[in-house]
Design a protein around this ligand. Structure first.
Ligand code: DP6
Length: 326
């Protein structure tokens, strides 16, 4: 039977993908580095030839028109590789709220790409899977490999892909994801990427990014938490400076996001070490070492306005599983 289910983690970027050199291919302007998240995932079942046309359910409800188009376009890429034109029945579920700064498109397109390609009998290499997932959503290419991941920006479809730098066991880092709002963001990241050139700071960002990537990789290799943390905060603020100075301006931070960021800095000065990063949303990601995660989680939950906290470790990338959603 042409049916398979895959699970893929969301990922948090330490060095960000913000800006595309090629919109059609999702080629990024710069490389990025991320960690797969253990507590946030998408599970997707894909079956071919069970329906007359593509039938897509997201979290139990039929996909909206835009979502369905984007997903069918990704299926077309996989169908064309397998040289078939079978319609697909898809059910996809996230175990987290979408649109709040946890990359649902990353886990979603990674799981879809793996499940659909395997359902059609394709046995693609990790590199090829990462390339394909990238076409669906850029950050999805980083949810294919294991643990700590680097996206090599490349210059063409064939050489822009993500690879594992270290397995999840390399470093006991945690990402305490602090949810401060359940509202869906107004401007999604795909649209945000297209605005980078309208910020006068984007050029300055690009001048610094190669050095920051190099320093972060070095800190990751040596497990130098202080240097690592300083770089990820600098990077998140740098990306948000570009966002805020785009035209129109993109402002993702909520008052509670800022309150949490201030707390993290204050606790650090008292000796409890953690660092923040953010994606395109108000959710704050607090990166800490395993030995401090329980205490930090407790203190973060007590910050006024914090709605929910989810403790993540690094985890393997996308994989096929036996259960299925229909
Ligand atoms: C801020 O991967 O969602 O999370 O390629 O258009 O689907 P598309 O964009 P997407 O962008 C993610 C942006 C980010 C930073 C990051 O994850 O590196």
């Amino acid at each position: 039977m042409m049916k398979k289910t895959a699970i893929a983690p969301a990922n948090i970027a330490f060095i960000k993908y913000w800006g595309k050199r090629d919109v059609r291919l999702n080629l990024p302007t710069n490389g990025s580095i991320s960690m797969n998240l253990s507590a946030f995932h998408t599970i997707t079942t894909v079956a071919f030839n069970q329906t007359k046309s593509d039938q897509i359910f997201l979290n139990g409800i039929p996909a909206g028109k835009q979502e369905a188009l984007r997903i069918s376009a990704q299926l077309d890429r996989i169908r064309s590789l397998a040289q078939v034109s079978f319609p697909a029945r898809i059910s996809s579920k996230n175990n987290f709220p979408t649109g709040v700064g946890i990359a649902s498109s990353a886990s979603g397109f990674a799981a879809l790409t793996l499940a659909a390609s395997r359902a059609l009998g394709l046995r693609l290499s990790k590199r090829k899977l990462s390339i394909l997932a990238r076409r669906g959503s850029g950050s999805a290419c980083r949810s294919i490999p294991d643990g700590f991941v680097e996206w090599i920006p490349g210059t063409s479809d064939e050489n822009s892909y993500a690879r594992s730098l270290y397995p999840a066991s390399h470093w006991d880092l945690h990402d305490l994801v602090v949810l401060v709002s359940r509202r869906s963001k107004k401007v999604g990241s795909s649209e945000g990427h297209s605005l980078v050139l309208t910020s006068p700071f984007f050029e300055a960002r690009l001048r610094e990014i190669a050095g920051r990537l190099r320093r972060l990789k070095q800190a990751l290799g040596r497990k130098d938490f202080r240097i690592f943390g300083e770089i990820i905060e600098e990077e998140a603020l740098n990306m948000h400076a570009v966002m805020m100075t785009s035209k129109p301006a993109l402002f993702y931070l909520e008052p509670v996001s800022l309150a949490v960021m201030h707390k993290v800095v204050a606790w650090r000065e008292e000796g409890l070490e953690s660092y923040f990063t953010l994606d395109a949303g108000p959710t704050v990601h607090i990166i800490c070492q395993g030995k401090d995660s329980k205490k930090l989680a407790q203190q973060l939950k007590a910050v006024s306005g914090v709605m929910e906290l989810v403790d993540n470790e690094a985890v393997v990338g996308a994989r096929v599983i036996e259960e299925n959603l229909f």
